[in-house]
Design a protein around this ligand. Structure first.
Ligand code: ADP
Ligand code: ZN
Length: 432
């Protein structure tokens, strides 16, 4: 379902003109209000009136996560504190958390884009949204909350954790939409199955899952076990929180709300802009953010933009499911490895669960990569031969995908820590 046909189906030309106008205003605002940007632009000899269309964006400076950390906490705010109605921080997956400020207008935009994302998975005012993203400083909980409220759905603000209660409420409140991280969703499935719940008999129909990388195979697993439509939702605190984009029912890329967030793909090494279709680092400019606007923010997330129109009728640009973040990319003996590639293989193998961890160690000069994978109860009761076969199959499949040697260790069921939010997939024991 398309929430805002006018905005989500804007013809290409009007969209470009609209984005150009917004960019012009944005440049003026950040130059006048944020000393960091004024210095950056003065140093680079960029006048705020340089921008005449969206194509000029290429000439503007980038913003990095370090820039935000250097200006912690409020150095990047473009409005006085009395206009700031809310503050959030990132989860801090990769270091000191960064801050996002919101004016009333920003919350309004957030509600709008989140309504688009939830509507894409079929949410209407008749639905009951069980929101198992964490409430608090993390943007997941409140972001979904605002979107569901904008639609007029019934929100169940259960937040993350307390998994048995989640299952109980899923049944008792007849929740139809579930929102949480994909890893937590799988854990919900596991606990529900143990409790003897038949998910196919519940009214649950769809879910928006995101906040961490996951694979298409993981999607299939979630859809099968919970018997729902599982769509990918993307976002980050620096830009707005969840709501930057969401898949539509055609599942062919995340539609970015590009009337608010302008995406580009760059080569992370040279920071050169790459043509549509090429894989690189996602860069986003917040065209409408008032409290903490960002020019060409380097997200460190790796993906590609997908050219062409989607069958759903939306004209918003699509991006491929995030492959991983540059911070998570492991370089093992010169080969780039993303945890999501390993997950893709594991989900297809009989006898193991997609609960895994990647342990990296250094043996002399060589990196050793060992993958710990949970067996399921069936495999564990198998003969030694079965275990050896499963182990070999995982190793062979991963080695042929990555082209490097890996170790595989099958571990007892339920021994890999479950997460209520973002899963921790990599344990790096190398001392570099
Ligand atoms: P962080 O996790 O960096 O502390 P946030 O809580 O703001 O900060 O989360 C944003 C990050 O989460 C994104 O930059 C991206 O790496 C990851 N993320 C969010 N949604 C998705 C998704 N659908 N697929 C993959 N990664 C995602
Ligand atoms: Zn679509």
């Amino acid at each position: 379902m398309i929430w805002n046909k006018e905005k989500e189906m804007l013809p290409e030309n009007s969209k470009k003109a609209h984005q150009g106008e917004l960019l012009k205003r944005l440049i003026r605002r950040v130059y006048d209000k944020i000393p960091f940007y004024q210095d950056r632009m003065d140093d680079a000899g960029i006048q705020p009136d340089l921008v005449s269309s969206i194509a000029d964006i290429k000439r503007l400076p980038f913003t990095t996560k370090d820039d935000l950390r250097d200006n912690y906490p409020f150095g990047m705010f473009a409005v006085p504190m009395d206009h700031v109605t809310e503050i959030h921080t990132s989860s801090g997956t990769t270091g000191k958390p960064v801050i996002g400020g919101y004016t009333r207008g920003d919350i309004d935009v957030w509600s709008e884009v989140m309504a688009r994302c939830l509507a894409a998975s079929g949410t209407t005012e008749k639905d009951v949204v069980q929101n198992a993203y964490g409430y608090g400083l993390f943007t997941g909980g409140l972001g979904v909350h605002y979107g569901a409220r904008r639609i007029g759905a019934t929100v169940v603000p259960i937040s993350g954790g307390n998994t048995k209660r989640q299952i109980m409420i899923l049944q008792d409140f007849k929740s139809t939409i579930l929102t949480c991280t994909p890893s937590y969703c799988l854990y919900l499935a596991e606990v529900g199955e143990q409790m003897g719940v038949d998910f196919s008999s519940l009214p649950l129909k769809a879910g928006n899952f995101g906040a961490e990388p996951w694979s298409n195979n993981m999607r299939k697993e979630i859809e099968r076990r919970l018997s729902l439509l599982a769509l990918d939702i993307y976002g980050l605190t620096e830009i707005i929180g969840p709501g930057v984009g969401n898949e539509c029912e055609y599942k062919c890329g995340v539609h970015i709300c590009d009337d608010h967030f302008y995406p580009e793909i760059i080569d992370p090494e040279t920071s050169e802009v790459l043509p549509y279709g090429e894989v690189g680092e996602l860069v986003i400019t917040t065209l409408t953010r008032e409290a903490t606007p960002l020019l060409r923010y380097r997200t460190r997330d790796i993906t590609r933009l997908i050219p062409g129109q989607c069958e759903c009728g939306r004209t918003s640009i699509r991006m491929e499911r995030i492959m991983g973040r540059t911070d998570d990319m492991l370089i093992v003996r010169g080969v780039n490895v993303f945890p999501s590639q390993i997950e893709e293989v594991l989900v297809n193998i009989e006898g193991v669960e997609p609960h895994y961890q990647i342990v990296l160690e250094r043996d002399g000069a060589l990196d050793e990569l060992e993958i710990h994978v949970e067996m399921n109860e069936r495999l564990i009761s198998d003969e030694i031969k079965g275990l050896e076969q499963a182990e070999r199959k995982i190793r062979d499949d991963i080695e042929s995908m990555l082209g490097i040697k890996v170790g595989v260790r099958l571990v007892e069921p339920k021994t890999i820590a479950r997460s209520e939010g973002k899963a921790k997939r990599v344990i790096d024991k190398r001392t570099l």
